[in-house]
Write a protein that binds this ligand. Structure first.
Ligand code: HEC
Ligand code: HEC
Length: 209
């Protein structure tokens, strides 16, 4: 196992303050009272590989996903983002609660993950260079050199994320069953990834930070 870089505590506090409408303290209480803690942990660092870690994620992205997941439940998956487990969780939340939860979770520090040695090279190539012949845009173009994304542009932080979760999302984008990406940005790319690419990238991102 290899750590790909040093954990840099970047602008978590800054992005939370730009996104002024959420109250982080109220959000902290909601994590417990709404039961998020059971699957995502008290600080958003999920204990299991199937549950995404949301600690330190951009507040704008978190709030968008909660809105999209709620909409997906209300429209039987024809709009927004649908997941049988998470859409019913999002259904309990109003707009202010979503903003409060987003503000709190964004202010938390993500626990760093690791990248297995055998995917460092291939994963790094695809991540940083894409594949011109196959028309795959490099992930770095939107998610940044360390996978931290860009909150105001809607690009999520994908570094340190759980491999099983990443794999499921890339597969869903590829199949078009997750279709809440603006202009099909992620679907276009995922459609060109092979199962092997998806496997490699899902494991690669853990240690990228
Ligand atoms: C029973 C387990 C469970 C509970 C409780 C739960 N979640 Fe989730 N959450 C999930 C799963 C599973 C996913 C992944 C859904 C998918 O694959 O699309 C998810 C996804 C998310 C995402 C999207 C993450 C991303 O990177 O796109 C956010 C944000 C989120 N949950 C926030 C919350 C909040 C806030 C609460 C409390 C109101 C909560 N969750 C309660 C299981 C849970
Ligand atoms: C053109 C910009 C762009 C490029 C290039 C791009 N992404 Fe994304 N990606 C996005 C956006 C935007 C989203 C969030 C969509 C949404 O709002 O739900 C996203 C979401 C994701 C997610 C889901 C994150 C989560 O927490 O659920 C994963 C995983 C991901 N991208 C991986 C990749 C990988 C791997 C590559 C390279 C092969 C890549 N992306 C290239 C824009 C991009």
């Amino acid at each position: 196992m290899k750590r790909l870089g040093l954990l840099v505590c970047l602008t978590v506090g800054f992005s939370a303050s730009v996104f002024a409408k959420g109250d982080a303290q109220a959000g902290e209480e909601l994590v417990t009272s709404k039961g998020c803690i059971a699957c995502h942990g008290a600080d958003g660092n999920s204990p299991l590989d199937i549950y995404p870690s949301i600690a330190g994620q951009h507040a704008e992205y978190i709030a968008k996903q909660l809105r999209d997941l709620k909409l997906g439940g209300e429209t039987a998956g024809t709009e927004g983002r649908y997941d049988p487990v998470m859409s019913s969780q999002a259904a309990m939340l109003n707009e202010q609660e979503m903003l409060d939860l987003a503000a709190f979770l964004a202010s938390q520090e993500a626990k760093p993950g690791t990248t297995p040695e055998d995917v460092v090279e291939k994963g790094g190539q695809l991540y940083r260079g894409g594949d011109l012949d196959r028309g795959i845009t490099a992930c770095i173009a939107c998610h940044g050199p360390r996978g931290n994304g860009l909150g105001l542009a809607g690009f999520p932080d994908i570094s340190g994320q759980k491999a099983a979760y990443l794999k499921s999302q890339l597969e869903r984008f590829k199949a078009g069953t997750r279709a809440n990406d603006l202009n099909g940005m992620m679907r276009d790319i995922a459609a060109k990834l092979t199962d092997e690419d998806i496997e490699i990238l899902s494991q690669y991102l853990g240690g990228l930070h």
